[in-house]
Design a protein around this ligand. Structure first.
Ligand SMILES: NC(=O)c1ccc[n+]([C@@H]2O[C@H](COP(=O)([O-])OP(=O)(O)OC[C@H]3O[C@@H](n4cnc5c(N)ncnc54)[C@H](O)[C@@H]3O)[C@@H](O)[C@H]2O)c1
Length: 321
């Protein structure tokens, strides 16, 4: 989309309210501010101002590497603990509060009469679908899930998940908004527990825990195996297009001819993994013996630098296509 279109879309949603500014909300706030939006934070935490400003500082090198403004962002940032005042006149709400369905339902019920009719109501929830969240609203047509990946100011994907009462126009507006922020929004056709990306992560994590439980590999060996094989592959091709190439010139057709039957059989064997306290302790201790010694902010910095390098490299290669 042309940058003038993006500017027009962002202008439409200039006044935003970020509800709940912990890990996810503060990161959304950083991204919104870097794109020139006004942000009101609504969060009862006593240290909220200090915490959000610390996140803005921490996110600055990432925003800079993404080519975004990263200084003086707090000029357009306000903190308003009163919900009614926080959402008055806003064009968009991004909710990132506790993952508690009753809390989210009551929140949207309260917000509905307080915001203008055009306001987009977006929830970052990883688990609570919009249909459930909007149960107490009279009109839930502007409410939907915009589920990011941590940290939202860096990772491109946003899963856009409309509820049963979400208007098609609101879904299109949310997609346009996230695209204008440089995100990669993907709309899910149905609400499903865990959405898509977390279901995939869960399947991998289940198998990872099983392999550690059985003593096949340690935690750091498993991480190494992933980053030097499927992790690298999946930053470029998803599972389906990867196996399409794995099938030779006839792609998935011959892949399934050769491997389909065995794969179908293996799908039926679900390994017995019990992530009880004992296994959790094994994982924590093995992590502590390797990467677990490194302070998390340093790990996060290295993670962000490496992911930015990958994003930039991919953009360069894809520009030649
Ligand atoms: N952490 C992740 O990796 C991740 C990823 C994607 C989506 N999410 C979703 O984002 C949401 C927030 O998750 P998080 O990890 O940032 O949690 P968090 O605990 O870090 O932040 C939650 C924030 O909500 C605030 N809060 C509590 N009560 C509130 C109230 N009444 N009004 C306003 N704010 C209130 C808390 O003070 C806190 O700052 C959840 O719905 C979660 O499912 C999390």
């Amino acid at each position: 989309m042309a940058s003038s279109d993006n500017a027009a879309i962002l202008d439409r949603y200039r006044n935003t309210c970020v509800i709940g500014a912990g890990v996810i909300g503060a990161s959304w706030a950083a991204l919104f501010l870097a794109h020139g939006l006004e942000v009101v934070i609504n969060d009862p935490q006593p240290d909220i101002e200090r915490n959000v400003k610390a996140l803005l500082e921490q996110a600055a090198p990432t925003l800079e590497a993404l080519g975004l403004p990263h200084q003086g962002l707090d000029a357009r940032l306000r903190f308003e603990p009163d919900l009614q005042r926080a959402v008055a006149g806003v064009d968009l709400v991004q909710e990132n509060g506790p993952e508690n369905p009753e809390w989210k339902q009551k929140l949207w019920e309260r917000i509905e009469p307080l915001v203008p009719g055009h306001a987009l109501l977006l929830s970052s929830s990883s688990a609570r679908p919009a249909t459930e969240q909007g149960k107490l609203m009279k009109d839930a047509s502007r409410l939907l899930v915009g589920h990011p990946f941590n940290p939202p100011h860096l990772i491109p994907l946003v899963e856009v998940v409309p509820g049963e009462r979400t208007a098609a126009e609101a879904t299109a507006d949310a997609v346009a908004f996230y695209e204008a922020l440089g995100k990669v929004p993907r709309v899910l056709k149905k609400e499903i527990q865990g959405f898509v990306a977390n279901r995939l992560q869960r399947a991998i994590m289940r198998e990872s825990c099983y392999l550690v439980q059985e003593g096949v590999v340690t935690v750091d060996e498993l991480d190494d195996i992933v980053t030097s094989s499927i992790g690298l592959r999946w930053a470029v091709n998803g599972p389906f297009s990867s196996f399409h190439m794995g099938g030779g010139p006839k792609g998935l057709e011959s892949f399934f001819q050769h491997l389909g039957k065995n794969m179908a059989k293996s799908f039926k064997v679900v390994p017995d993994v019990d992530l009880d306290e004992k296994l959790q302790r094994v994982i924590i201790d093995q992590a502590a013996a390797s990467f677990g010694q490194e302070p998390i902010p340093r790990m996060e910095r290295k993670r962000d630098d490496a992911q930015i390098a990958i994003l930039h490299a991919l953009a360069r290669v894809r520009a030649k296509d």
